[in-house]
Design a protein around this ligand. Structure first.
Ligand code: HEM
Length: 465
């Protein structure tokens, strides 16, 4: 077990600003190691790369300016478009301007509270199946990272497509993993070349993109072939297919629908899986919180019919999820390219300069958090001092805020409650697990957990008078 389990291990920050080559190397191998110690204390840090400024914004005011007040002056960077487009196409994540507005307006109802109720049922069903499977493996070490990836993919598949993801997951996971290990790592030319001038890596990415979208089309074909329930929409796919732009009445074209499907699966499942994994990793080192959550879970009905109602009765579990997202934000950096001249934190910004808003740094910034590296879910319990909403950005903020934020929070809360309610979870080895930032924030190694079935808790009885 690590020295002080309430201070989970993290990679050492470099003592000083890295020279350019090592800075780029860090982004290719583990981006959270790109920033020096001082980044966690300074309001803003500026460096240049190929004649362009890169500004790391750490103050709520600067972040509000870039992501909210003047958001139209910023877009996705060349490197982001190159790396992310092959897995999300022209769906919501990468679209800009009028195209983005059309997509966001059209998709919004699919993520409204009514749809989140549908989701809770799917989550609870997958969580029950996971517990049943883990029960059959009693006594054997469990790879909870792989388990959580399976859970998140299955939830995404069922809530979006009402399809079991087994065969598709078996094809998708290795593809995404391989992409993350190779083509998703930024190269020099990704920053330098305009997006419409393909680099050698872009050609490989396009090949990947063709294979990936063929798989997405197979998945959609399987869904279309499945018998449909009469009446109201039954899953996110129905909701997206039936969605109409509120202003023009236009539906998505077949290609747009495929790109949205791909966006929702990729943007949604890995991030949520990591959140659940890191939460379990933290809880395995904090028996007190684990017990508190088990007790909370014992008092609620987490079955598929009642899961949606259970959410309000799980404040501690939700606080653990929120604290996990603070310490291990899967979206560890948001990058914007300036489209026009601007001023951010008194620094003159020119077109093509980059603004970095890094939840990894922000959430551990000494001016914004008390004892920032400590795992302390009480920060998010009802009644705690409110958290500055520009200092805590696991889902971003402003018009481009994550459309699946509630979906993810609900899913992670329900799965965590179900698992911790069922098992006492322990680490089986004491070597630290460190986060690695490439597209999201993965653990640097797989580690075994032991799961021991909890005895059913006795229901408190009224004392005889
Ligand atoms: C814990 C899980 C998740 C985390 C940490 C996360 C994080 C983020 C962040 C930080 C952004 C903003 C990016 C930016 O401003 O540059 C974002 C956007 C987005 N997320 Fe999530 N996300 C999660 C789950 C999901 C889920 C479950 C879905 C879909 C079902 C989803 C779909 C999207 C989409 C489509 C966008 C782009 C929104 C837009 O540009 O209008 N995410 N997410």
């Amino acid at each position: 077990m690590p020295a002080d389990p309430l201070y989970p291990p993290r990679p050492a920050a470099p003592p000083a600003e890295l020279p350019l080559l090592r800075y780029l190397w860090a982004f290719r191998h583990n981006g959270i190691k790109a920033w020096p110690h001082a980044a966690y204390e300074d309001d803003v840090r500026v460096r240049t790369m190929f004649g362009r400024k890169i500004l790391l914004a750490n103050t709520p005011d600067a972040i509000r300016h870039v992501l909210v007040d003047n958001h139209a002056a910023y877009g996705r960077t060349r490197a982001t478009i190159r790396i992310v487009r092959p897995i999300v196409g022209r769906g919501l994540l990468l679209s800009e301007g009028d195209e983005w507005r059309h997509q966001r307006r059209t998709l919004a109802p699919a993520f409204a509270p009514r749809s989140l109720g549908l989701l809770a049922r799917h989550v609870a069903t997958v969580a029950d199946e996971t517990v049943a499977r883990l029960d059959r493996q009693q006594g054997r070490p469990v790879d909870l990272a792989a388990e959580m990836q399976g859970v998140a993919l299955e939830v995404a598949g069922r809530s979006m497509f009402s399809l079991e993801m087994g065969p598709f997951g078996a094809a998708m996971r290795p593809m995404l993993l391989r992409y993350g290990e190779t083509l998703a790592r930024p190269r020099f030319l990704d920053f330098l070349m305009p997006v419409d001038m393909p680099t050698p890596h872009d050609l490989l990415r396009r090949r990947f993109e063709r294979r990936w979208f063929t798989l997405m089309e197979r998945l959609m074909a399987a869904r279309e072939a499945a018998p449909s329930a009469e009446g109201s929409a039954r899953d996110l796919y129905d909701l997206m297919r039936e969605a109409r732009d509120p202003e023009t009445g236009a539906p998505f074209t077949a290609a747009q629908l495929r790109d949205q499907v791909s966006t929702m699966i990729t943007a949604g499942h890995e991030t949520t899986a990591e959140t659940m994994f890191w939460a379990l990793y933290l809880l395995a080192q904090s028996p007190e919180w684990q017990e508190a959550l088990a007790e909370e879970a014992a008092g609620v009905d987490l079955s598929p019919d009642h899961a949606a109602d259970a959410l309000d009765a799980l404040p501690k579990t939700r606080a653990v999820v929120q604290e996990t997202l603070r310490l291990y934000p899967p979206g560890w950096v948001m990058v914007r390219a300036a489209l026009e001249a601007d001023t951010v934190a008194d620094v003159a910004i020119h077109p093509q300069d980059a603004i970095l808003i890094a939840p990894w740094v922000l959430h551990r910034h000494v001016k914004l958090w008390n004892d920032p590296n400590r795992f302390d879910p009480t920060r998010f319990l009802p009644g705690a001092a409110p958290v500055d909403r520009f200092a805590y950005l696991p889902f971003g903020i402003g018009p481009r805020v994550c459309i699946g934020a509630q979906f993810a929070l609900n899913e992670a809360t329900l799965v965590l409650a179900r698992l911790v309610g069922a098992y006492q979870i322990r680490l089986m080895d004491s070597a630290p697990v460190l986060p690695v930032g490439i597209i999201t924030l993965l653990p640097d190694r797989r580690l075994p957990f032991s799961l021991e079935r909890r005895r059913p808790r006795s229901v408190p009885t009224q004392r005889a008078a």
